[in-house]
Write a protein that binds this ligand. Structure first.
Ligand SMILES: Cc1ncc(COP(=O)(O)O)c(C=O)c1O
Length: 418
């Protein structure tokens, strides 16, 4: 009988030792990397896998009979199976490799738009979406004469479930699993169930969920689920669009070219089987292999234990930050991943606030990487009446000491700027 592999105990120092970049100095200071929601750092195993591919088996996939092409194809398809298992998709052909979440959602919007939308139809998104889950739907609506409807956001940064604008005309629901700006973990399963009862096709932007939550697409019940490799310890330029196969079969291709066809004449073409119908052109083979390694790396640990560590960082940082005069956290949902967005309002003592860009620059001087600005969520900034925020976002390799370093640096920066 096969026994389950024992996962190593969670040890942040052991984990950190696997990330070469964490040894870098920035402005002569040890790097504190708190910009994981933008892109996470990569463990050595992922970096090595990409260069090993180029050094030993580089060849184009699915098109050759020679040994290297066969090896590259096998490595790519092995990674597809790793992804399938990780998100509990039913079939490997439901895993489409894309260049990232943005590409996955553009594919979904263009193809579903063509399949489902006509004049007068409606697409529902939420008010906390990343621009990647807004603009493709605006384009699709414009193309087909449909209208975009929006779930409003509460003061704590959650969906207002009493105001979900479903109607008899709603065809598509496109929502994020986790907010990149607020950290809110959204009740996607609940809303998907509601949508399904009304025959609405559901698309989930999982960009911020994949590194922090156990994603189970069959349990969520979604039709499509998009994510990027680079936010989950994998390479940039590679992502996944999961799709339920019955729906993918009905969806028209998005891009045309090699690999996605079955036959081509000068008059017309027919399409390849899934998933290749949606994978036009030479894929990012090294990226796909790197993504497989990143997922395997995450699976070496218990995601729930990683999530507990990140939650402890979140709680500690939240407490310390709230003690700073004038600091206001935007996004206070009960269920959050390790993301904190904040602004510095005028303090009672000095009467002046601090701009996020100035803060980000001074933190960088102290070796601390945070993100400042609108985080590609301008409508959400408008909702909260701010032009931008400072955002810290944690990964499993971050430590409590780093949180303390950041808080001390922040206090120093605020003092200089007020
Ligand atoms: C919630 C969310 N959706 C979509 C994206 C777009 O991801 P990518 O730039 O990897 O395509 C991001 C990236 O920040 C994100 O946070």
């Amino acid at each position: 009988m096969k026994t389950a592999a024992v996962k190593p105990a969670f040890n942040v120092d052991e984990l950190r030792a696997q990330f070469p970049i964490l040894k870098e100095l920035v402005h002569g200071k040890p790097l504190v990397y708190f910009d994981n929601a933008a892109t996470s750092q990569k463990p050595r195993r992922v970096i090595k896998a990409e260069s090993a591919y180029y050094a030993t088996i580089n060849a184009n996939v699915h098109r050759g009979v020679h040994t290297l092409s066969t090896k590259a194809t096998e490595a790519q398809e092995a990674a597809r199976e790793i992804v399938r298992k990780h998100i509990n998709a039913k079939h490997a052909h439901e895993i489409i490799f894309t260049s990232g979440t943005t590409a996955g959602i553009n594919l979904a919007a263009a193809s579903l738009g063509q399949l489902l939308l006509k004049k007068g139809d409606e697409v529902v998104i939420s008010g906390m979406e990343h621009h990647s889950n807004i603009v493709p739907w605006q384009l699709a609506c414009e193309r087909h004469g449909a209208t975009l409807k929006v779930i409003p956001i509460t003061d704590s940064g959650e969906w207002d479930l009493k105001q979900v604008p479903f109607s008899g005309k709603t065809r598509i629901l496109a929502i994020s699993h986790v907010s990149n700006t607020l950290g809110t973990i959204n009740p996607v399963k609940k809303l998907i169930a509601q949508a399904k009862k009304q025959g609405i096709v559901t698309v989930v932007d999982g960009a911020q969920a994949i590194a922090h939550l156990n994603v189970n697409v069959q349990d969520l019940g979604c039709d499509l689920y998009a994510f990027s490799g680079h936010k989950a310890y994998g390479p940039t330029g590679i992502g996944v669009l999961y799709g339920r196969d019955e729906l993918l079969e009905r969806m028209p291709p998005w891009q045309g070219g090699g690999e996605m066809i079955d036959t081509v004449t000068l008059i017309q073409s027919t399409w390849a089987k899934l998933p290749f119908k949606f994978e036009a052109g030479t894929p990012n083979i090294a990226g796909i292999i790197g993504l497989g390694k990143a997922i395997r790396w995450m699976e070496d640990y218990d995601k729930a234990v990683m999530a507990r560590h990140e939650h402890a960082l979140l709680q500690h940082a939240t407490k310390e930050l709230l003690a700073i005069d004038g600091l206001r956290i935007i996004g206070t949902a009960k269920e959050k991943v390790g993301v904190i967005s904040f602004v510095i309002d005028p303090s009672s003592a000095s009467g002046s606030g601090v701009h996020h860009y100035d803060l980000g620059t001074l933190l960088d001087q102290q070796g601390i990487a945070v993100r400042t600005g609108h985080h590609c969520t301008q409508p959400l900034m408008d909702r909260f009446g701010v032009s931008g925020t400072t955002r810290v976002s944690f990964a499993c390799f971050n430590s409590m000491e780093e949180v303390d370093t950041m808080v001390a640096a922040l206090k120093k920066a605020i003092k200089m700027l007020r």
